[in-house]
Design a protein around this ligand. Sequence first.
Ligand SMILES: Cc1cc2nc3c(=O)[nH]c(=O)nc-3n(C[C@H](O)[C@H](O)[C@H](O)COP(=O)(O)OP(=O)(O)OC[C@H]3O[C@@H](n4cnc5c(N)ncnc54)[C@H](O)[C@@H]3O)c2cc1C
Length: 652
Amino acid sequence: MADISGREAHRLGLDGEITRRDFVKGALVGSGAALLGMPAPAMSTGSGMPGAAAWNGYAGTGDYARANGNTWEARESAHLIRDGKVDALLESAIETGETYDVIVAGGGFSGTAAARTFLQEARPGQTCLVLESHALTGGEAKRNEFLVRGHRLVGPQGSNLVVPPTAPGDWYDELWNDLGIPRKPTFQTLTGYDGDLRIPRDNFYPMFSIGDQISSSGYFFDSKTFGGTSYWDRDAHRTGFRHTAFPETVKADLRLLMGGTGRNAAGDDWEKWLDGMTYADYLVGVLGLQPATARLFDPTLSLEGGLGSDCVSALLAAKVGAPGFEQGFPEDISLYRVKAERPEDLVTWSFPGGNDAVYRLLLKRVLPEAIAGGPTFAEVHDGAYQFENFDRPGAPVRIRLQSTVVQVKHEGPAGAPTGVVITYCRNGRLYRARAKAAVSSIGGWVAKHVVQDLPDAHAAAFGQLNYGSAMIVNIALTNWRFLAKLGITSANYFMEGGLGQCMNIRRPMVFGQHAQPLNPDLPIVLTAYVGFPSPGLPAKAQAAKGRAELLSRSYRDYEVMIRRQLTEMFASAGFNARRDIAGIVLNRWGHSYVVPEPGFYYGLPGQPAPRSVLTQRAGRIAFGHSELNGIQEWFGGVEHGERAMRQALEVT
Ligand SMILES: Cc1cc2nc3c(=O)[nH]c(=O)nc-3n(C[C@H](O)[C@H](O)[C@H](O)COP(=O)(O)OP(=O)(O)OC[C@H]3O[C@@H](n4cnc5c(N)ncnc54)[C@H](O)[C@@H]3O)c2cc1C
């Protein structure tokens, strides 16, 4: 528990009006804990961990206040599965008597895309059930909503950036057409500020490597980490890092990297070559840079590949657009390597709640009545969920919420199974349903415990996967005058013990009734993407340490950290935590991204790449999570959901 005096708590606004926490979520889900007769979710588990309400914390307003990241309840259920605690209860599962052609576990992009493919390609009369553990579908693509001084504000829980199609008629272009994703959105005009301010349209591009190109960026150097007096350096990238507190050797490296460099020693075999080493190996061993320079990229990389430069394959770094691959490699090495002087020149953006906007279009395609209103983008974005229409008897596709799959098992003779039995937990009870085939659209860290009788190759492939953690913090501000005073829209900081390395505001998108303001004296959402790398440790140890750090703190501990950090960074520009913070929502992702370590794409010597195994159907069970692409993208989820459903339909 954070150590804080009553006076400081008052000064930081911890007793303020908005954080009167609405802990209704404590009553939701809770299925795993209730199942084993454990204490109610809102109480302490006695394990030294805080209870649900103290852990989930304030979650904003609207439907999404039911599901901010991994809720305590979902996490508890997952741990019961991991620890084998439901096994003894499986016999007591209630037979639903239901048989479907396909049952899908997981209702994120992948599971919902699988359902879309089912609707497109199944035979007439066939049926599909999607089981989703959370109170809402969408997985990593959800939003947080706030109501601040009459303004409805929206921020992303996770999945953020979209890159529109460039090749007319290809699969991706068709997907955008089919879902009706807007390609030329309009953004809010800045008022109340006279100077020149670059305002990003998403939360990824402002992060370190290319930040200054598209945001007015400030680099904060605190006295505790760097000595001397804390200070801000504006547009460090544009001024060649001259005024930063980095060592001269690191500044020189950064100038080289930002100017565009690279070395390909493998010719056409460059992908396999890069997959044989970490990004740090490449930067230090191949380009001759300082290890300290490589470490500067860890926080950002961990938000793209789970962990930092000493863990992820150099091929992953190249694919996500990390610097150092501008020379010697194909121009289109990364979808995200975009050069721009102004945010308006970028072809990428984020919808208000990130890719939750795209997910809702997908859901509307699968279950039109799940969201009230018509099919236009604005209607789908803001329409109310109609939960009564998710699981309607007789519908070809049904989605059952708050239903955690605990076991997927073949039935029939070994080697020639006749079907699949799925056991799931709902409202504290176990239920059993049957299908001819199953699609696992849940991440491998759960799938490997849930799916029984996995072939050895699949079990070994799942065993190789390692996962990082992330936390996305949305801070609703009553105003952002302090940022305007500093002349910045994104803050990069490198402080010991700081929460992540970058936070920024975005230029709000305008459509329908949706027009969040863009004026320094009016409310806005400040978002921080926080990774948990621990450079120097082996990858598995880093992942475990990061997860422990993410999960062990209460909401209040984080709230204190955030309010203190913002005060340290911005008080000199007039920031007052008590007055300026309207609410903070934490979205914790204990398994945010798979870590594509060297060999992820092409395999370690003598071993197949895990994803080449996991994209094969195992009997009547197919696997389709976005993790199978290594670089996790919303459309990778769609791609693998489609593929997995096609594989499942083969045996129905
Ligand atoms: C922090 C973050 C930022 C990202 N940013 C971007 C971005 O900018 N652009 C981009 O394209 N992509 C981004 N992504 C990646 C992309 O959006 C995700 O990879 C994609 O949303 C994942 O979809 P999915 O269906 O494969 O998995 P998930 O979203 O993980 O969905 C799995 C679903 O299964 C459910 N589930 C889990 N266990 C069970 C169980 N036992 N029973 C039933 N249900 C279960 C979960 O609740 C979840 O709804 C980001 C991801 C993260 C974490």
